[in-house]
Ligand binder design. Structure first.
Ligand code: NAD
Length: 361
């Protein structure tokens, strides 16, 4: 029996995690789901915003085999900050796969099956920001590409983007492993990399060239590079030509939303986030969706497909394949889809249909 900690976050995160946990339990999967509290009775503020996770919950999550997270919003950004930043879940896996019956905006989406690998720990998102006056003081010699100093700017703010060789190598090796596993199942064995190395000739170029070097050391894989704006366009125009696309933090965040949308929408986009020593947590790509929260109409697919990744991680391949097949079946049937997919089903009705499809295999 494997132990999974469920942390719903807020908004629709609560609805979709409830649905997913009910399904895994009702399906008789060998997972024990724990739901420790997300906040202390007297909540402690998190530096990342909202409240911090209670220490006892952190301990339970660390001891578990995996964590299933719902979605963060303003009061729970401290929860995802702990799962991702403090626990250093540096390797983001964000598949975008079209299942017939999904509502893709593309005319011919059949065959879209790609994965965005997002470096989760570096780049610009750790949020080293400050007042431009401070930067002018500590870096008086700082020059832009045209040799201009900072004095030309008036009042403002700055953000620091960090790229390290070690971080780029780590995510590149991770992307190669994903590409190899996909190749074994018929994938193309291509690792694409999206940067803006033509403009950011130190930071993005370090990422670009490090990934290129690592992929060059894998004779079974091929390397491709796209400038990030071109990658966004290609994901929409030629998504079937993409296999694995490895990106720095912010580009991966944005491109995985684009990829999820071309496959079928944010409601169907899952993710896994891996750290060291087996640490991993799983969550939908979407947020707390305040515009539909509380109405019971959120699409549970992104969370159910995150469970597919979670079950794989736990070594429960049979349950994982069966759950994915059940989701695919519900889309093929088209009778129990939520409104974002053109149907009228509630979250619960759709996950009940997935459970039926799971049981009937
Ligand atoms: P969002 O992903 O919550 O919603 C964007 C749009 O997609 C909305 O119209 C929403 O209704 C729709 N949508 C999302 N998930 C859906 C689902 N399962 N079914 C049907 N429709 C769905 O993004 P947002 O509105 O920009 O952000 C809302 C909050 O979520 C913010 O506080 C943001 O910081 C947070 N957020 C958290 C995460 C995370 O937890 N990893 C990711 C993105 C945004």
């Amino acid at each position: 029996m494997k132990t999974v900690v469920a942390l719903p976050g807020e908004g629709i995160g609560i609805e979709v995690v409830d649905a997913a946990c009910e399904l895994m339990t009702a399906a008789g999967m060998p997972v024990k789901i724990l739901t420790p509290p997300q906040r202390d009775p007297n909540p402690v503020p998190s530096p990342a915003g909202g409240h911090a996770l209670p220490e006892s919950t952190r301990r339970t999550a660390r001891d578990a085999d995996a964590v299933l997270f719902g979605a963060a919003g303003p009061s729970t950004s401290g929860v995802v900050a702990w799962l991702r930043w403090e626990m250093e879940a540096w390797g983001g896996v964000r598949p975008a796969k079209f299942y017939p019956g999904m509502r893709s905006p593309l005319a011919d989406p059949e065959g879209i099956d790609l994965v965005v690998i997002r470096e989760n720990s570096e780049g610009i998102y750790p949020g080293r920001e400050g007042d431009l006056a401070e930067l002018k003081r500590v870096m008086p010699g700082s020059r832009d590409r045209l040799g201009r100093g900072l004095d030309g700017y008036g009042e403002g703010r700055y953000a620091v983007k960090v790229v390290t060789r070690q971080g780029a190598e780590r995510i590149a090796r991770f992307a190669c492993d994903v590409a190899r596993k996909r190749k074994a199942r018929g994938g193309r064995g291509v690792v694409g990399c999206a940067t803006k190395s033509n403009v950011l000739r130190q930071s993005d170029a370090l990422f670009h060239h490090t990934v290129e070097e690592i992929v060059a050391g894998c004779p079974d894989l091929r390397f491709e590079h796209f400038h990030v704006d071109d990658a966004a366009r290609r994901l929409i125009r030629f998504p079937k030509a993409m296999d694995v696309l490895v990106c720095m933090n912010q580009y991966g965040d944005i491109l995985s939303d684009v990829a999820g949308e071309v496959a079928g929408g944010l409601g169907v986009a899952p993710s896994a986030n891996h750290g060291d020593d087996g640490w991993a947590y799983f969550e939908s790509v979407h947020g707390s969706a305040p515009d539909i929260a509380g109405r019971g109409i959120a699409n549970p697919t992104a969370t159910l497909l995150s469970c597919v990744l979670l079950l794989d991680h736990l070594g429960l391949e049979t349950e994982s394949r069966r759950l994915e097949a059940a989701v695919a079946r519900v889309y093929r049937d088209g009778r129990a889809l939520t409104p974002d997919q053109g149907g009228r089903a509630t979250t619960k009705a759709m996950s009940a249909a997935v459970l039926d499809a799971y049981r009937s295999q």
